[in-house]
Design a protein around this ligand. Structure first.
Ligand SMILES: [Zn+2]
Length: 272
């Protein structure tokens, strides 16, 4: 077996494990934030058992049956259990193996592109943060600061250390322009319609994408995310799944655009 075969194999295995961890973050982080808000406002709901990324241990959300180690192996347990809880036979959400496989695929692509090293680790961290943000936004319409803000700083650091291959100037202006662009769209939309078209987390997410991918990629990012968002909105509307106020999480579309530009660069003809 050649070295590159093994390199990709290890990347896929690491991706499955990180993907499994991302599933925990996606499920628990919004609930932890809710618990914190409840605690801050002195609400009844705050008085409960400790709940964080580690406690309680993984369990079936239907019957609370704690998972044995053999039921908690990324992807393989889902296949071995044929997608059902061993205890109550309720189906396990497809999202879990899906996130694990997407993470594995992204990690393999990143290692294929960069080989093992700091660049691969940095881009793997970038991709992981984006996946968590996309799923959390789709579930809850939240883009937690605890992920978006480090994303911006890490992108600037990676540029300054020469790890991301983006110049520091391009990264700084990517972060600034990314934030300001959606901020301006937000206020324009609010001024014209009196409604909030997007959440403030979207500004920070595009700032992060700008820091990692550089300001010349912003036009591609925004255009691609907008087209995907419109298509996604039409798709949800046709299936009757669009929320009553017609609001749409924009984060997942920004994430898809960001991962696309990471892998293939800006759209042809749109690179400033
Ligand atoms: Zn169960």
């Amino acid at each position: 077996m050649s070295d590159s075969f093994w390199a990709l194999g290890w990347a896929g295995l690491l991706g499955l494990m990180i993907g499994s961890f991302l599933n925990v973050v996606i499920y628990r982080l919004p609930r932890m934030m809710q618990a914190q808000w409840d605690a801050d406002t002195g609400s009844q709901a705050a008085r409960g058992q400790p709940f964080n990324l580690a406690i309680p241990g993984s369990h079936c959300p239907h019957c609370q049956h704690p998972l044995r180690w053999s039921e908690n192996i990324p992807l393989f347990s889902f296949i071995a259990l044929r997608g059902r809880c061993a205890h109550c036979q309720q189906p396990i959400a497809w999202r879990y193996p899906f996130i694990e496989m997407i993470t594995a695929g992204l990690f393999m692509g990143i290692v294929f592109q960069h080989g093992w090293g700091f660049a691969a680790l940095a881009w793997a961290g970038f991709a992981s943060a984006l996946l968590a943000l996309a799923a959390i936004d789709a579930d809850t319409r939240l883009l937690p600061d605890i992920i978006t803000q480090p994303l911006v700083w890490a992108g600037l650091l990676a540029a300054s250390l020469g790890i991301s291959g983006i110049g520091l100037q391009e990264a700084v202006w990517g972060a600034v322009a990314g934030y300001l662009f959606l901020w301006a769209v937000y206020w324009l939309f609010k001024g014209l319609t009196g409604k909030e078209g997007m959440g403030q987390g979207d500004f920070k997410l595009l700032a992060g994408l700008g820091a990692w991918l550089g300001w010349p990629a912003l036009l591609s990012l925004v255009l691609m995310a907008s087209i995907l968002g419109i298509l996604g909105g039409i798709g949800l509307k046709l299936r009757g799944q669009l929320s009553d106020n017609g609001e749409l999480a924009f984060g997942p579309y920004l994430v898809i655009a960001g991962l696309w530009v990471m892998a293939f660069g800006p759209l042809p003809g749109l690179h400033a």
